[in-house]
Design a protein around this ligand. Sequence first.
Ligand code: NAP
Length: 440
Amino acid sequence: MNGYRDLRVALLGAGSVGSQVARLIIEQGDELAARVGARLTLAGIAVRDIDAQRDVELPRELFTTDAETLVLGADIVVELMGGVEPARTLILQAIEAGADVVTANKALIAECGAELAEATERVGAQLTYEAAVAGAIPILRPLRESLAGDHITRVLGIVNGSTNYILDRMDRFGDSAEDAMKVAAELGFLEADPTLDVEGYDAAQKATILASMAFHTNVPVDAVHREGITAITAEQIETAKHAGQVIKLLAIAERVEAPDGSLGVSARVYPALINRDHPLAAVHEGKNAVFVEAEAAGELMFYGAGAGGVETASAVLGDLVSTAKRHVAGGPGIQMSNHAQYEILPVEDVYTRYLIMLEVADEPGVLASVAGILAEQGVSAASVEQAPSKSSRDGEGPRNATLVIGTHTAREAALAATVRALDASDVVRHVTSVLRMEGN
Ligand code: NAP
């Protein structure tokens, strides 16, 4: 047909994403052939259960449970099974056999990205995974290619739709954490086991990928500092609102100066305060966004659907078309750039700001004592607000007051020591909440 040669595409998985990818390859066959300069022929679809119900009706003869044979006869393998094994082994086999690979598998790339990159480099194959971070949003190709001549200084990402949905409901509708989780589960925003999302594991996998790509450095997933959203309370959301801030679970990749003056990379995930006029504050419901700061380009924002079968399929198809074009052009694939190999710095070396909420004795001299503790650690207060605490207003117990202290930027280690010293002080009844502020 039109003299195009065939490129054999092996699809591994026909779930939410895979079934849509198969549909688009079949439905858009002629247009894709014209764009690629070769016809993308679906050689087969590997699944676990051939008779399982699919989102999309697909030719039954394409289905197989023999993924290994399918992979070995392919020009391009599109892996949409998820999980580390057997995806890793099948992809390595495909690469060794000379195929290029497209995947959306963040768990696999976060866990085995370096191993897979080494294999592709050895044989000159290409591996792309745009859909692995923030679903439909083009972010990895901009980091890898469009910004390849710039110096990225920081990446702030809302890369987990479920946690953004929960925090957004708490912020905009005043839901308790429990109620927001319930609604998120009812609407299908949460997995049966929500731990991966709410404890920040999913965002940490994406932080690894973003940090590695932005800083030309192999950042292993266990080097990512991770905190989830399970400890966030309605009271913290209210305090944030009062301070003109909103709480978001952020995946952060940042170029940071180490104590010895050398440059390092920090990758971390935690719920943090963002000023309400920051573009990330306007990312509502289950949407994703990645905010990039670069020396020459300045500030850039990438926004859209972070999940969904057909939305994610768009990013997979984008990788498939560009991989197929390279296949047609010939020559080795474009490899991951990891020439910088910055030192990965612990969270203690990061510079940030805190909003600290304290319950203190409502008596003269308390403010001065608290200011003294901050000064001892070399941390300076940018703002201090005082209000009678709830127990005092209700007329119960000793007279207490609530202090909300916003700090200037300081090293995390100094801020953490300040909080410990406050907690141990006689005038502080307890430290109610500590939240970092990001995105100045
Ligand atoms: P899914 O709905 O669970 O589908 C997985 C598919 O893989 C199923 O068709 C399943 O076969 C097949 N499969 C799983 N293990 C297999 C094995 N050992 N051998 C052969 N086939 C196997 O998954 P998904 O939501 O489409 O996600 C696919 C990938 O995209 C994952 O890596 C995910 O992280 C990534 N991703 C998904 C989204 C999203 O919105 N869903 C967004 C971004 C990235 P059966 O159908 O026979 O069970």
